[in-house]
Structure formats: C-alpha cells, structure tokens
Write a protein that binds this ligand. Structure first.
Ligand code: F6P
Length: 354
C-alpha cells in the first residue's frame, strides 16, 4: 500500500477574515480529492518550531467557512530573524526542518502575507517543499491581484465611512477616518472611493497640507456642510520640531492639522482592528477557497515553491522566488485614482483643474 501524502498548514502574520475558509479549502481538497493527511500547525511558524499541531480531518474542517480569525491561531514569529541565539542548540529554521522531517511531511502550506511568503521562500531554499497562499487586508502581496481578507476589510471600512457621513452632516463637521493597510494605500483607496471620501490620502501620493486646506475651505464656501477625509495609517507625517517621531497616528495628526489650518470643527476615528475581525465577505470566502484548493492541487502535482495567486479573475501559480521580498503598492496612475480625480476627489497633491 502506498503511504499517504502528508501536508502541514499554518496561518502566519496578522489575521484577517477568510483564513478559516482557506484552511478548509486546502484541507478538504487535500483529504477528499487527494487522500492526503493534514497537520495544522498552531500559532504560525511558532507551532512548526515547537512541534505543536493538531491533525485536521473532515470533521474539524466542517463549519468553519464563515468563521472569522483562524482555528490554528497565528503569530508574528519570523524564524529567520535573530538566527544567532547562542543558548539554543538548533536555530529556529533548523527546528522547523526537524519537525518537518520527524512528521514525514511532503509539503508545507504557508498562508500569510508578504513576510510569510519571504519565510516560505527561505524554507524552500533550505530544501523543504513549500506552497504559499496569500492573505491580508492590506492587499499588498506581490503577484496576486487580490489577497483574501481585503474585500471584507473594504466592506467594514466602507460601512464605517457611511456612518460618519450622517453624523458629520448633523454637526457640520470635518471627519477624518484612519484606515489600516501598512505601507500600501489599497484599503484606503477602495473604501475611500466606495464611501465617497472627499479627500483620500495614501502613502503612495505625497500630500501638501496647503492643498488640503484650500480644498476644504472651497467646499465650505460652496455650501457643502461637511467633509470626509479618508487617511491611510501609513502616510508620512512630519517629525516634531526637535527631530523626534510623533506619537500620534496619521489620522490624529491630519485631524489636528486640519482643525488648526482651517478652523473647521474636526473629529477623528481610528478604525483599527475591527477591520480584521468577523466573518469573511462572500467574495473573500470564494477567493480563499479557490486559492486554498489550488494549493492542494499544486502539492498533488508536486509543483513546489509556488504561491496560489488571483490574476484577471483566474487562479494561477506564481513562483515564491518572484514574490519574496516585494510589496505591491498602488501605482500613482491607477485607474481608480484617475476616476476619483475626475469626480473631484482630492488626493492632497493638487486641486483638479489647477
Ligand atoms: O497586515 C495587516 C495589518 O493589520 C496592517 O494593516 C497593520 O499595519 C498591521 O497589520 C498591524 O499589525 P499588528 O497586528 O502586529 O498590530
């Protein structure tokens, strides 16, 4: 009798909606379609280092499609960081190799963002068979049009912006809302456009505070009762006069700046981790399932060292070597930016028509 193919799955980095859908996508197709045995490592790469796992079967993979978070837990453990821990006999990558060998794994599925894909690539360089699945609300994984988690976060942020419109209108206020996304502006761009933001500030476009001031005062003069400013957490904010970093977040900085420059009554909302919580959107469930199922197929076909990716509405494979170490940011000439500009949206760099 031929031995079963054994695979490991882990979720690493910041969580997002759709992780369980992806675990289920990989696991169910691995078990049902290919007859594989599936180990789920706990808390990201920590579980692989410490040999902590649970065996996943059809029952444990049932009923998790709509669940937020991850049934495996996650962590920000980066096994290739600080390789020289002298108290340890084995380095973390060596411990990972040991776990992999001891369990007799044929492949490891790493579900994560940019950092995870880089680690996955380094593990494949060490000789482990690895396949990647991209997740993140930031949508900044290189080589895939969309990563799951993003669509749900766009929905959450958009709903929050919708709610800010009504209270902003009642009080005739300027509302600043800070959106996550790390150093990429995808989440801010999409939710800003979907939520009808008047000013959208993203890390990829350098803003000028004089432009924002003029734009907001023009709106007020023309009789618009309120304004909504959607700000990415990763925009540049200036250092303090003494050259040290500000403790305030991007949203708080922009809100205070606007109030000071324009005299308009301004309030800020920092959306934070609610953007990562809760049930995945239908779109994310579908992408996560598809990317996961594709990963299992890659293993079946012994195509290791690849990441499942979403390209032009199709699920494809892309080499981890091409993905590792890169970040997908918003191109300044992105069609959505052009579209929003032509509707009068301000990106802080120039006023339309000037
Ligand atoms: O990558 C997802 C993300 O939520 C980013 O948008 C944010 O900058 C970061 O993670 C927050 O990280 P942590 O969970 O470590 O606080």
């Amino acid at each position: 009798m031929t031995e079963k193919i054994k695979i490991g799955i882990l979720t690493a980095g910041g969580d997002c909606p759709g992780l369980n859908a992806a675990i289920r996508g990989v696991g169910k197709s691995a078990i049902i379609e290919y007859g594989m045995k599936v180990y789920g490592f706990l808390n990201g790469f920590s579980g692989l280092i410490e040999n902590e796992y649970k065996v996943l079967d059809e029952n444990s993979l049932s009923g998790i499609l709509t669940l937020g978070g991850t049934i495996l837990g996650t962590s920000r453990e980066k096994p290739f960081k600080a390789l020289t821990d002298e108290d340890q006999i084995l380095s973390k990558p060596e411990k990972i190799q040991q776990t992999y060998k001891e369990l007799g794994l044929n492949c490891l599925v790493c579900i994560g963002g940019n950092g995870t894909m880089k680690t996955a690539y380094k593990l494949s360089e060490m000789g482990l068979n690895v396949v990647g699945v991209p997740k993140t609300i930031d949508n900044d994984v290189w080589g895939t049009d969309f990563s799951f988690g993003f669509d749900s976060a766009v929905n959450i942020a958009t709903e929050a912006i919708d709610r800010l419109h009504t209270t902003a209108n009642s009080h005739k206020r300027t509302m600043v809302v800070e959106v996550m996304g790390h150093n990429a502006g995808w989440l801010t761009l999409y939710s800003g456009i979907a939520g009808g933001g008047d000013v959208i500030l993203i890390p990829e476009i350098k803003y000028d505070k004089r432009v924002i001031k003029k734009y907001l005062l023009n709106r007020q003069k023309s009789g618009k009762p309120y304004s909504i400013i959607v700000v990415a957490e990763g925009i540049d904010i200036p250092l303090k006069k003494d050259g040290t970093k500000r403790k305030s977040s991007a949203g708080t900085y922009i809100s205070r700046m606007i109030q000071e420059l324009t005299g308009l009554e301004t309030r800020e909302t920092i959306l934070g981790y609610i953007q990562r919580g809760g049930t995945p959107s239908p779109g994310d469930r579908i992408i996560a399932t598809g990317l996961g199922e594709h990963a299992a197929r890659l293993i079946h076909e012994k195509k290791y060292g690849f990441m499942s990716a979403y390209e032009n509405t199709k699920i494809v494979s892309i080499s981890l070597k091409d993905v590792a170490g890169k970040t997908k940011t918003v191109p300044e000439d992105h069609s959505l930016i052009k579209m929003a500009r032509s509707l009068g949206t301000c990106f802080g760099d120039s006023l339309e028509g000037e």
